[in-house]
Write a protein that binds this ligand. Sequence first.
Ligand code: SF4
Length: 199
Amino acid sequence: MALESEGKVYLGNVDVAAKRARDLLLGKIPLDKMVDWATSFSLWPVHLTTSCCSTEFAATFAPRIDGEQFGALPWVGPRQTNLIIIEGTVTKKMACAVRLTWEQMPHPKFAIAMGACALDGGLFYNSYNIVKPWQVLPIDIYIPGCPPRPEGVARAIVELQRKIRSKKIASGWVREGWRPDREPLIPTEDLCGWAVKKV
Ligand code: SF4
């Protein structure tokens, strides 16, 4: 059945339409750049609160800073989000919830850790019940302060966008299916084992 005529593709031949679209995109548009650009302006942080820094996270998306202007929109479901912001301390019990949330998020995904507690333990540096965020997730950006101001959170989002574009992280992840610069993390079974054993 002839489905092409005078350069047009008629509805009904999906294969021909898909081939033409693919040729057009790959031939005329730098697809890598487009993926990185689109991802950097579509960062959806998942709603997950670990500690008191979360008030500053909330303020970042209030009218004064209006985090949505940077292309970031907090969302409830992990399966529709691609950014996790660790808000301060992570206890061993909470580490399991953080990891399970991370595992439900689709690739490519990113993580920001905010607050002194997320850097080195902060106030709770010698506490028996905390774990460092970098042991739970691969962290892309750290924000210092106790707590960091909303401007700091906004700055971190902008820095993450720059990092995604300059290092071609999103397009590389889409192409390769993984990210090579990941730190070794504590296995999920161990993280969740703590939640069960240590009460
Ligand atoms: S850095 Fe300060 S505000 Fe943030 S979780 Fe730690 S104690 Fe709370």
